[in-house]
Design a protein around this ligand. Structure first.
Ligand SMILES: [Zn+2]
Length: 328
């Protein structure tokens, strides 16, 4: 009984200590002030959070609204995130890709916004691009699914980061916007953007060289996330699903893919890191070909090493493309 009493009173003491300590810790954080004057940048999803981190360097805090392991298409925001957005100095978003973010920005605007499709012109969707054989066009996407496909049809295909050179104007615009928010560090933002642009140009060069000489140029992908990559490096994307990964392919579509795989001697069906691998794997098994991962780089994987970034994920994509299409 004495023992029980002593445990009881001890736990009370612990509770009291914690209760007192928590507000102290919070106020220490506020009074510390070392971070409080940095611009706060909010990015809707990973590629633009990465651009922001590279350009801002140590001079801003960057928050990615899409946590690792979560598909950024159709992001749902928590009330706390909505508040963070309205408090931000700058929000980077791509209109149409994450409608809940567009709404939050419209209803409670942050200080400034960088809407990516205003910096560069988005291409039309590539859903009809693999029609060189006359086997598919937009209308063959199941009618019930057209609303899902259309979520990203604001102005076209949203997956522009799959062409590294298209991130260059975004980085340069961001350097300008950050300089407006924090003029003291304008030169650093510019220098950071320049270093990032150099990395993007190297990546572009590696893709160009690495995919110059291949046995075939067709790639079968889970969803239509690789239109810009295909355009830039002269590949033909054959997407199983539409622009949004949650659109399930029709049986006709699967049959068409089968024909194309046989016609072009395609060796690999690509699934992706975050979305369902089911269709790609089932199709690959049925056709006796390999299933491999081609990462749309829309977000980081939850179980990733923590060391991946946009550049390393894109280079991993290059390696699997070279293997799948027997590039020398
Ligand atoms: Zn996508």
């Amino acid at each position: 009984m004495v023992f029980m009493m002593s445990c009881f009173s001890r736990s009370i003491r612990i509770v009291i200590v914690l209760t007192v300590a928590a507000p102290l810790a919070a106020s220490c954080g506020n009074l510390g002030g070392s971070n409080s004057d940095k611009p706060r940048v909010i990015a809707g999803f990973y590629p633009f959070a990465y651009v922001a981190e590279r350009v801002a360097g140590e001079h801003a805090t960057v928050t990615n609204l899409t946590t690792p392991g979560v598909e950024p298409h159709d992001l749902e925001l928590t009330p706390q995130q909505v508040a963070e957005i309205s408090d931000a100095d700058l929000a980077i978003h791509e209109a149409g890709f994450q409608p809940s973010l567009d709404d939050a920005i419209e209803q409670n605007p942050p200080h400034d916004t960088l809407e990516v499709s205003k910096v560069l012109e988005l291409s039309e969707t590539r859903l009809a691009e693999d029609t060189e054989d006359g086997q598919q066009d937009d209308h063959e996407i199941h009618p019930d699914e057209s609303a899902d496909v259309d979520h990203s049809s604001h102005d076209g295909d949203p997956h522009l980061w799959q062409d590294p050179t298209l991130l260059i104007p975004v980085a340069e615009q961001l350097a300008d916007d950050l300089a407006s928010a924090d003029p003291d560090h304008a030169a650093d933002f510019k220098a950071n953007a320049a270093a990032f642009v150099k990395d993007l140009q190297e990546l572009d060069h590696d893709f160009e060289a690495g995919l110059a000489d291949c046995e075939r140029r067709e790639i079968v992908t889970s969803h239509a996330a690789f239109g810009y990559l295909a355009d830039r490096y002269d590949l033909t994307m054959i997407p199983i699903a539409g622009l949004s990964p949650d659109v399930e392919p029709s049986p006709q579509r699967l049959a068409e893919i089968q024909d194309l795989v046989e016609t072009h001697n395609i060796t690999t069906i690509f699934s992706e890191t975050l979305g369902s691998k089911e269709y790609a794997q089932t199709l690959a098994d049925d056709l006796g070909v390999t299933a491999a991962v081609l990462d749309p780089v829309e977000g980081l994987a939850e179980d990733g090493s923590g060391e991946e970034d946009y550049l390393s994920l894109m280079r991993a994509n290059l390696a699997v493309l070279q293997e799948a299409n027997n590039c020398t």
